[in-house]
Design a protein around this ligand. Structure first.
Ligand SMILES: Cc1cc2nc3c(=O)[nH]c(=O)nc-3n(C[C@H](O)[C@H](O)[C@H](O)COP(=O)(O)OP(=O)(O)OC[C@H]3O[C@@H](n4cnc5c(N)ncnc54)[C@H](O)[C@@H]3O)c2cc1C
Length: 462
């Protein structure tokens, strides 16, 4: 492990996509930057593991066509992508065991589909009234941030089945329950993604493609391009601001810098000591930004046998079943079969309370009901419970509790605190909660820092 420098212009805390993007932008502006990462790897909530020759993305995995900053990284760092497998019948299964087939082009004949479609259109129309350049200027901020999605749906949606469909959408996209989610945050997020379909659908939308070598590949390449400037196994414990510099403390030594950019997820940031203490609005915002609860389970088979039966591998399970959504996560060439299962919100809590053997049985049971007995004989079973991850404490992203946008965001969301600046996907407007948003947030923070450095000392940046 190389020694930490004693002095640099900017310290970046965290080497996820946001931290790496911040550092790359700063390097390009000629700034002397050091990245301090707590974990023993870069990538943060993106972690690709090769298991028996097959890439498994334990965290984020998909990239869609409007996620242009992530796609630009894929091109820049030579990381090929391939389209998600979307051929054949998907299956939705309800708690009573009823199943309905559907495809990406043809809706299911299950209950509440038309009402749900109208509901999506209505959410899109409301989201379109939020100006992403200044979301807090939204004239309905108080009305929407005072309600949960649950209470809004209670008042506006009659169809019980459409409500259950929206509950599954909320779990799938925000990894929480409708009762946890502010109506304003939902609409802000929809606006930043370009619509509900954009968040929910596969080809042409957020789940369009995957990385051949896993979603961590661009992060690994970005870190390599920064050379010795990235230091892993270096948790930051304290950030102390003086009149003319900041001291960043770690167990491996302290680094003094002109500015610091903190990119850790809100829960992780709350464990760092700040001196002087952060302003109340920032502390309240961090405390109100609750990480989602999600686990991903991968199962590997000799081949994607479900394809022979005309099944796409995509499955949606309503209500309290142990998994919510299943996708075919096989490698591009289909040389092996991989299913990935997501469990979130209330189901996550039930799932996590089981012992590992019971969890495996619960997952195999659901898969067996849709894909047959072969699905119950995987060659490999691996799960990742994100709330247990020491440095993320959950995922996909933080969900501000109702009222947080209204009460604390004006100064607490991402306003710099003296020499300390903020990035991370939670600070993005476009694709908030996604890798693309993380990169955009790093680019925004780097621009903020270079402007501040240039204002202090015109020769400090190129
Ligand atoms: C299960 C799951 C599925 C997802 N699916 C997708 C998807 O398909 N597509 C998509 O675009 N996004 C997806 N996401 C979301 C995506 O992973 C995140 O939006 C993105 O990775 C966040 O990047 P970030 O840099 O903002 O934060 P992080 O990745 O959390 O990076 C922050 C870094 O800070 C480090 N850190 C924390 N505390 C300290 C400290 N004290 N000192 C130093 N370092 C510290 C952490 O170790 C971490 O490396 C998913 C996430 C999860 C969990």
């Amino acid at each position: 492990m190389s020694a930490l420098p004693r002095r640099c212009q900017v310290v970046v805390v965290g080497a996820g996509y946001a931290g790496l993007a911040t550092a790359i932008e700063l390097r390009e502006a000629g700034v002397d930057v050091v990245v301090l990462e707590a974990a023993d790897r870069v990538g943060g909530r993106i972690w690709s593991e090769r298991r028996d020759g097959v890439v498994v993305d334990h965290g984020g995995q998909w990239v869609g066509p409007t996620q242009t900053r992530l796609l630009a990284w894929a091109e820049r760092f030579g990381c090929p992508t391939f389209q998600s497998y979307d051929v054949g019948r998907h299956v939705e299964i309800w708690a009573d065991g009823t199943t309905y087939p559907f495809t990406s082009d043809q809706h299911s004949e299950g209950p509440g589909v038309e009402d749900y479609e109208r509901l999506e259109g209505r959410l899109d129309a409301l989201a379109a009234t939020i100006d992403l350049a200044d979301p807090l200027a939204c004239s309905s901020l108080e009305e929407w941030d005072s309600q949960t999605v649950h209470s809004w749906v209670d008042a506006h949606v009659d169809s019980p089945a459409a409500r259950r469909r929206l509950a599954l959408a909320v779990q799938g996209v925000w990894s929480c329950e409708p009762r946890d989610l502010s109506m304003f945050h939902l609409l802000f997020y929809v606006a930043g993604a370009g619509g509900m379909r954009s968040l929910m659908e596969t080809i042409g939308y957020a789940q369009d493609s995957r990385f051949v070598d896993g979603a961590q590949a661009p992060a690994l390449a970005a870190a390599a391009s920064l050379g010795g400037r990235v230091h892993v196994r270096t948790p930051v414990s304290a950030i102390r601001q003086g009149d003319d510099a900041v001291t960043v403390e770690t167990a491996r030594g302290n680094v003094r810098a002109d500015r610091v950019v903190v990119t850790s997820a809100p829960a992780a940031t709350s464990h760092i000591e700040f001196e002087p203490a952060l302003p109340t609005s920032r502390r309240r915002w961090l405390a109100s930004s609750v990480m989602g609860d999600v686990a991903k389970v991968h199962l590997r088979y000799d081949s994607p046998f479900w394809r022979e039966d005309g099944l796409s591998g995509q499955m949606v399970a309503y209500d309290a079943q142990p998994v919510g959504v299943v996708f075919d996560n096989s490698p591009d060439d289909g040389s092996r079969g991989v299913l990935v299962c997501f469990t979130y919100g209330d189901r996550y809590r039930t799932f996590a309370a089981l012992d590992p053997g019971e969890r495996r049985t619960a997952v195999l049971d659901v898969l067996g009901r849709v894909f047959g007995p072969q699905a119950m004989q995987p060659l490999d079973y691996v799960e990742q419970l994100w709330p247990e991850d020491r440095w993320a404490e959950g995922g996909y992203a933080a969900v501000p509790v109702p009222g947080a946008w209204l009460e604390h965001a004006r100064d607490g969301w991402r306003t710099p605190c003296g020499r300390v600046h903020w990035a991370g996907t939670e600070t993005a407007t476009v694709w908030n909660g996604y890798m693309d948003g993380a990169i955009r947030s790093g680019e925004r923070a780097a621009a903020e820092v270079t402007a501040a450095l240039a204002a202090e000392s015109p020769g400090a940046v190129r």
